[in-house]
Each structure stands twice: as structure tokens, then as C-alpha cells.
Design a protein around this ligand. Structure first.
Ligand SMILES: [Fe+2]
Length: 154
């Protein structure tokens, strides 16, 4: 397994932790498929799902930060944009026929874990306080609406 999930990666925000874990699962799926013969179709599908899911996660996370009134949202959005730009340029190379699985895995692995361990920590307290204050029922409605709005694949 390329990345073994560790409790150190958890922010203590269940929704976000589950999404981060899902991205790690996709990374491990891609890693497992990438070296196999005759797996091009499978690799391509996981590549698209992984990139799509990661971008959906970013927009969901930003919506949550905005809802919680987090003042560092613009800077965080900028970090997400820079990374999205990077993975989209790799996907364009994939569409030109270049094998991008390994470079994409390296970029994702390094960037994602750093991002989870460092930059996502900045919003954690405020988002957690917000979640505690809003109450389960109202949060549930917001979550359902926003999962539908931001995610295409699960
Ligand atoms: Fe983030």
C-alpha cells in the first residue's frame, strides 16, 4: 500500500477526515493498478475519479470554511487553486498519451499529506467550533445540500 492512513492525519472533523481518507484510497487504488499490464482502462478511470474527487473535496472544504466564517479562506483557496492547476496540467499530458500515473501519485502523496498535516490545521479549530455550535440537525441539512452540490463521484 502506498499510503497507510494514520491517526496523525485526522483533523477531528469527521466529514473532512472521511474525504481525506477517500482520496488516500484512490491514491492506493491508482498505485496498485499503475504497475499492472493491461490496466490502462482501469488506470484512466481511477485517474479521472481521483482528480474529480479531489477537486470536489476542495470546493466542499472551502464551502465549509466559508460557512464557518474562516478568515483565511482566500489564502486557502489559493493553495487549492495552485494544486488543482498542477494536477490539471498532468491530466492534459495524460490526454496526450503520456503515462502520468507515477508523477501524479508523487505529487498527490507529497502535497496532500503536507496539506493535511500543515495547512488544513489552520482552519480546524474554527470549523470544529462552528460544527459544535450549529447543532446536528441544521448541520445535517447543510451537509446533504453541499455534498450534492460539490460531488459527482463518491
Ligand atoms: Fe485544504
Amino acid at each position: 500500500m502506498r499510503i497507510v492512513w494514520s491517526p496523525d492525519y485526522e483533523l477531528g472533523i469527521l466529514l473532512i477526515d472521511q474525504q481525506h481518507r477517500r482520496i488516500v484510497d484512490y491514491i492506493n487504488d491508482l498505485d496498485r493498478l499503475a504497475g499492472q499490464p493491461d490496466a490502462q482502462m482501469g488506470v484512466a478511470r481511477v485517474l479521472y475519479d481521483l482528480v474529480d474527487y479531489t477537486e470536489s473535496h476542495f470546493s466542499f472544504e472551502e464551502a465549509l470554511m466559508e460557512r464557518a466564517g474562516y478568515e483565511g479562506l482566500d489564502d486557502h483557496h489559493h493553495l487549492h487553486r495552485k494544486f488543482t492547476f498542477h494536477i490539471e496540467s498532468l491530466m492534459r499530458r495524460h490526454e496526450e498519451g503520456v503515462d502520468v500515473a507515477e508523477p501524479l501519485l508523487q505529487v498527490l502523496e507529497k502535497w496532500l499529506l503536507h496539506h493535511i498535516l500543515e495547512e488544513d490545521r489552520d482552519y480546524t479549530e474554527q470549523v470544529r467550533d462552528f460544527i459544535d455550535s450549529i447543532g446536528r440537525e441544521r448541520l445535517g441539512g447543510w451537509v446533504n445540500d453541499n455534498l450534492r452540490k460539490h460531488f459527482r463521484v463518491s
